[in-house]
Design a protein around this ligand. Structure first.
Ligand code: ADP
Ligand code: MG
Length: 706
């Protein structure tokens, strides 16, 4: 969840605000570009944080230069070389060059190499003019020698230059073509009393030792550099993280309160009918499944809408739980929608439903898919609007405006991480106080659930149905490739089927990735006589369907596919899952993929097939999968590797300028504090928090999306 600028004043007024900051009456072109990029108010400007702020070093002897430190030195150029930058020959119409310069101390013998990459012709000429110079840059060790890459260099003719550098080195990012130096000037032009007047919109200063204003002053280098410490910077960052998390929590709270204030349809948890449904199952429910059904049914009987996440590892049996609670609602005269991320998954669920419950007289299921022809779709829409159909299973097409329900009481969303919060809300908006059940096989670590899912209640299935043979996962290094193919041949000879998954459909010019098309050619040769087929997202729906069908029936033995198969294919006879270029996938995705095999009474095998040697950290990451099948451990590891955005597909679009400071792994203690503070405020001082919620709701139009 990304914080949005809180000010909603009109555009012209805002650019005027900035114009004042720039010391001008009318906005300049640069200011207008900033406004266009979302930096509309002084508050927005504050969140435009420097790429780096470093205390400016004093000039020092070369021998005191330390790796990783900013170094300011002065010396005489005793060697220079400029060569064309091959590989990156041209940028636009310029021929770029690389430079190498050695400087020697003026009053000593020590030397330092300076390296320059991708110089423009103009910069190249400057190098030729240098004699005695100042240089400023970060020392890097390269082949056991110190050097400075792309330092700022200034001719020593200008003796006073080092004095003009000031106390701080502050570099702002280029935003919408506005150079960082311009932004730095805006900050310089702020009136000195500006910083004192800067206050949090949400009164959070009372809850923190460090004021928001002070935190901004530290991060924008508005304090004497002598006072600066790394700890001070961390605490300033934490203060901003606090502010961001605080706004997140307010949003979540608003949403939750709003939902809990609504009236939801009452569904009676009727034990008798439930027993009838249970008798139809070809297996007995696990204890966790029973508990989940109870919890969900109780929650749909409170008079308010349910907002619940049902989480549990791939194959733990969430579907049947969802269907049971759906049937209870349907039997009491309601409609239920089940939304899936892929058509294959929708088909799968429809099949499961009809196999187990198809003969129940009150059940009228329909499928709503994007690939339906107009006539078929119209019939489905009509049936839903008139209440003829009472259980619709579908894909994204369920969101569409044309989909109207007579009496939608429960919306079930499978594999939540494929959908956003907004989509969840859009679907539930189709009924009055619709209950919402979200299913996810990607377990949600506590920090993340606080940060993003605080408006949900959780039900967790921890145990797997009995009799699962489980799954073994192995990384296949290049050296073991032949052995791996041998193994696959044996499994095929023993009657097994399996998947090969690739990150790309075709060969790409820009990336060396293994792909479906080449693999199909290759394995037809390597595994002669084995029926195989390709499956990917660009195929026509009917071709995909035919392929999946043939694989399900066993006439196709190997499915060579992209990760479209991540969800939704359930073939108990499939015993091996081979993922190529596994380094290209998130751990949770790989975990989902391997969840496709080892589902029945047959042991499953997952191979992560490498086509090159990977670095130790990449191997370590994949080894997590060899070691554990615990989805929570995997999700945590994924979080540490990739961050929240990737994991849950949070929309990262929008404000480029407002880099989010809060990182809920790094700042988890801050998040916990925010969570406690907001809970405490709500319990003790609602008079304080209500206006904040209202302001936020208005500014961010949260209420519109509910
Ligand atoms: P997921 O939680 O990943 O959505 P599914 O609901 O698809 O898992 O269940 C996986 C398989 O396990 C299905 O074939 C389902 O019929 C089966 N299953 C579910 N519950 C049980 C159970 N209690 N005992 C045996 N098999 C079960
Ligand atoms: Mg599932």
């Amino acid at each position: 969840m990304r914080s949005k600028p809180s000010n909603t004043a009109s555009l012209s007024g805002e650019s005027h605000l900035l114009a004042v900051a720039a010391g001008k009456k009318t906005p300049s072109a640069h200011l207008e570009s900033l406004v266009a990029a979302g930096v509309r108010t002084l508050d927005d400007l504050m969140w435009l944080l420097p790429l780096r702020t470093l205390p400016m070093p004093k000039p020092r002897p070369f021998r005191e230069a330390r790796e990783g430190e900013l170094f300011l030195g002065c010396g005489k150029v005793i060697h220079r070389e400029v060569k064309p930058a091959y590989g990156r020959r041209t940028k636009g119409r310029f021929l770029l060059s690389n430079g190498f310069v050695i400087v020697k101390e003026l009053d000593g013998e020590a030397t330092l190499p300076l390296r320059f990459f991708n110089l423009y012709p103009q910069q190249k000429k400057q190098i030729e003019d240098w004699d005695k110079v100042w240089f400023l840059g970060t020392m890097q060790e390269w082949k056991a020698q110190n050097q400075i890459v792309n330092p700022k260099v200034h001719s020593l003719v200008d003796e006073a230059w080092a004095q003009t550098l000031g106390e701080w080195l502050v570099e702002y990012p280029t935003v919408n073509k506005v150079p960082g130096t311009y932004t730095a000037k805006l900050f310089d032009n702020l009136p000195t009393d500006f910083w004192q007047g800067l206050k949090s919109d949400y009164g959070t200063d009372e809850l923190n030792d460090l004021s928001l204003s002070r935190a901004f002053q530290i991060l924008h280098a508005r304090i004497p550099s002598a006072q600066f410490t790394k700890e001070l910077r961390s605490s300033a960052e934490e203060r901003l993280a606090y502010e961001e998390f605080f706004v997140d929590q307010l949003k979540i709270t608003t949403r939750r309160r709003f939902i809990k204030r609504k009236v939801g349809p009452n569904i009676q948890p009727d034990a008798e009918t439930l027993t009838v449904f249970l008798k139809r199952l070809p297996f007995t429910l696990t204890e966790d499944q029973i508990k989940s059904v109870q919890q969900i049914l109780d929650d749909m009987n409170t008079g308010h809408p349910m907002m619940r996440m049902l989480q549990g590892d791939v194959g733990c049996g969430k579907t049947v739980v969802a269907m049971l609670v759906a049937l209870v609602a349907i039997q009491q005269g309601h409609q239920v929608a089940l939304m899936c991320p892929t058509e294959a998954l929708a088909h799968q669920h429809a099949k499961t439903l009809t196999e187990m419950f198809g003969s129940l007289p009150f059940l009228k299921p329909v499928l709503l898919l994007g690939s339906l022809k107009k006539k078929g779709k119209d019939a489905v829409l009509k049936a839903l609007a008139e209440g003829e159909a009472n259980f619709v299973i579908g894909t994204h097409s369920l969101f569409q405006e044309s989909v109207v329900f007579k009496k939608l009481a429960l919306a079930i969303i499978d594999e939540q991480h494929k959908f956003g919060v907004e989509q969840r809300l859009m679907l539930t908006a189709k009924g009055a106080g619709t209950h919402c059940l979200i299913m996810s096989a990607t377990p949600i670590p506590r920090t993340l659930s606080l940060a993003q899912y605080g408006d949900l209640d959780f039900t967790t299935i921890k145990v797997m149905p009995a009799g699962r043979k489980g799954i073994k996962t192995r990384i296949v290094a290049k050296a073991n490739y032949d052995k791996y193919v041998e193994f696959i041949k044996q499994r095929l000879a023993g009657g097994d089927q399996g998947y090969m998954v690739f990150p790309a459909i075709e060969e790409s010019e820009t990336m060396a990735l293994q792909n479906v098309t080449d693999a199909f050619q290759q394995y037809q040769k390597e595994l002669p006589g084995v029926p195989m087929a390709v499956l990917h997202g660009k195929m026509k729906a009917e071709d995909k369907e035919a392929t999946v069908k043939a694989f399900t029936e066993g006439t196709i033995r190997i499915l060579i596919a992209t990760s479209v198969i991540e969800v939704g294919i359930n073939v108990p006879n499939a015993a091996f899952m081979c993922v190529y270029n596994p380094e290209r996938f998130g751990l949770s995705s790989l975990h989902q993929l391997r969840g496709r095999v080892g589902r029945g009474d047959k042991a499953g095998f997952c191979f992560l097939v490498l086509d090159k040697d990977l670095g130790p950290s990449a191997i370590e990451r994949l080894e997590v999968l060899e070691k554990t099948t615990d989805g929570f451990v995997i999700a945590e590891a994924d979080l540490q590797n990739r961050g929240e955005g990737d994991l849950f597909g949070v929309d990262q679009s929008g404000e480029v300028t407002r880099r989010r400071v809060a990182d809920f792994m790094k700042h988890s203690h801050v998040l916990e504090k925010v969570y406690r503070d907001v809970q405490h405020l709500m319990a003790t001082d609602p008079g304080k928090i209500d206006p904040m919620l209202l302001k936020l709701a208005r500014d961010q139009k949260i209420l519109d999306t509910i």
